[in-house]
Design a protein around this ligand. Structure first.
Ligand code: ADP
Ligand code: GLC
Length: 473
């Protein structure tokens, strides 16, 4: 079986969030279980030149918007599996990866270029695995092409939803520019008077998946369907949830090159050294008995920052440290900054994106806060589990699938979990965690329960192979 994974971002070439982690790791995991896979992703200004091989460059003349766009495709195996990077400077050599008014055009082009490239390589994939709204365009193009182009006749599409809240909406008048003038295409994109790339992907792909079992149900509800719940319900028989994995070659406290000392389930002494280094990195006084609560995230409403604002004062009153790494909406950045100004000996804040620091925080913190409003999967809670950092999460999406609430009587559970989106419920769990932290033996059990949980990509990749087989049948 040949699989082509298409994604707007993929580690190590580009990353703004979990999609990058997933799209980088899945092809490698597929390869390790014997699936012939190729990844196609854009070559951004942010993509490091060292990853791009200067051999095997394809020059691509792409028919686009009534003319020809001369693009290139670089080849790389920097993520451990064959990858082509579409180089189209006017679209992708920009200061940031997303956030432009013509993002829909940039990714429509990327999708078309990926399809041109696959044909140029000469072997049609059996499965075209598309990710999020950025790839809705390819779903439509393939659905149309396989009616008349024998090359694509046996290709089937799998569309994975990583976040229903981002749907790639644009003016329907633009559809003609990108070659989507047919009635079939226009209907596929049509959504409330404009065009939606997410809706098109959901409607015409052969099968659908999303990144946790619980989120697969949640997107069928009005609350989490963002106007498309009717469509996910309509196609529920073709939709499954597969919880993301963790790339344990990158996130492993026994080998992580970003850590001052390594540690494992049997010997956690190195974790104490990481905690010391973390406090020092933020110029905080080193008091090892005080717990560190940490958070690493895009600062958006999705991540429950509003709840954190409600409980931060109480965490500080309890004598704990709070560390935040993230950037995003101004109001949330301001909140963290002013919290730090208010308690500079207890609060550490880094505004921005910093991969090495993310590793040190996962290793050095005691608890990880993730009170998300919604969370399709979430990766940080799984990194936390492996690093002996106890997650405190809201029971939604992948957080619910991967974190089990601690039960002191049975000694089961790997974290703390609350239900309603309410500050008092969140705070209750924070206090429970502080209490358990004081009981060294209990804490060790919670950590052990988390560190032994297997969230490897190999498990997830096998489920994707089943999905591909199902799609082909
Ligand atoms: P989402 O994709 O919704 O942002 P995930 O939990 O799936 O959430 O993935 C987020 C990924 O991005 C994780 O790998 C996390 O470590 C990383 N990340 C988020 N913000 C930062 C940051 N400021 N610096 C470094 N890594 C970050
Ligand atoms: C999205 C979701 C996140 C998920 C990631 C990877 O960005 O917000 O929950 O882990 O995609 O699937």
């Amino acid at each position: 079986m040949r699989v082509a994974v298409i994604s707007a971002e993929a580690v190590p070439y580009s990353k703004t969030g979990g999609l990058g982690d997933v799209a980088g790791a899945l092809p490698k995991a597929l390869k390790s279980i014997g699936i012939d896979s190729v990844l196609i992703t854009p070559c951004y200004l942010q993509t490091k030149g060292e990853y791009l091989w200067d051999t095997a460059i394809h020059d691509l003349n792409i028919d686009w918007r009534g003319g020809v766009y001369r693009a290139k495709a670089f080849y790389s195996e920097a993520n451990g599996s064959p990858t082509f990077l579409i180089d189209a400077p006017s679209y992708f050599h920009r200061d940031s990866i997303y956030g432009y008014s013509e993002d829909h055009e940039r990714f429509a082009f990327f999708n078309h270029a990926a399809i041109v490239l696959l044909k140029r390589i000469g072997a049609a994939p059996n499965i075209l695995h598309l990710n999020d709204w950025h790839c809705g365009f390819a779903a439509v193009e393939i659905a149309e092409k396989r009616r008349w182009d024998p090359f694509w006749r046996d290709t089937r599409t799998v569309f994975s939803i990583h976040n229903m809240a981002y749907q790639g909406g644009f003016s329907a008048g633009d559809l003609w520019k990108f070659g989507f003038g047919s009635e079939f295409a226009r209907n596929a994109f049509a959504f409330n008077g404009y065009a939606s790339a997410m809706k098109a992907g959901l409607e015409v792909s052969d099968t659908l998946s999303t990144v946790s079992r619980r989120y697969a149900m949640e997107i069928q509800t009005v609350e989490n369907g963002y106007g498309l719940d009717w469509l996910t319900r309509q196609r529920a028989h073709r939709l499954i949830g597969i919880t993301n994995g963790v790339d344990y070659e990158v996130w492993n406290p026994e080998t992580d090159p970003e850590l001052p000392e390594h540690f494992s389930i049997d010997d956690l002494s190195g974790k104490a050294e990481c905690k010391r280094a973390l406090l020092q990195a933020f110029s905080l006084p080193v008091e090892m008995d005080r717990p560190i609560f940490a958070n690493i995230t895009r600062l958006t409403a999705q991540k429950g920052i509003d709840l954190m604002m409600q409980v931060a004062g109480e965490i500080l009153n309890a004598g704990a440290y709070v560390i935040s790494l993230g950037s995003g909406e101004r109001r949330y950045e301001n909140f963290w900054q002013s919290l730090r100004d208010y308690a500079p000996r207890q609060v550490g804040v880094y505004r921005g994106y910093n991969e090495p620091l993310a590793h040190l925080i996962e290793a050095g913190a005691d608890m990880f806060l993730m009170p998300s409003k919604f969370e399709p999967c979430g990766l940080n809670q799984m990194y936390s589990l492996r690093y002996g950092t106890v997650p405190i999460v809201r029971a939604v999406g992948g957080l619910d699938d991967t974190v089990q609430n601690w039960d002191a009587v049975s000694g089961t559970g790997n974290g703390f979990k609350f239900g309603p989106y309410r500050a008092d419920r969140f705070l209750e769990k924070i206090y429970e965690a502080i209490y358990a932290f004081g009981d060294k033996e209990a804490w060790r059990t919670i950590q052990r329960n988390g560190m032994t949980q297997d969230n490897s990509w190999e498990n997830a990749a096998r489920k994707y192979v089943k999905l591909y087989e199902w799609t082909l049948s």
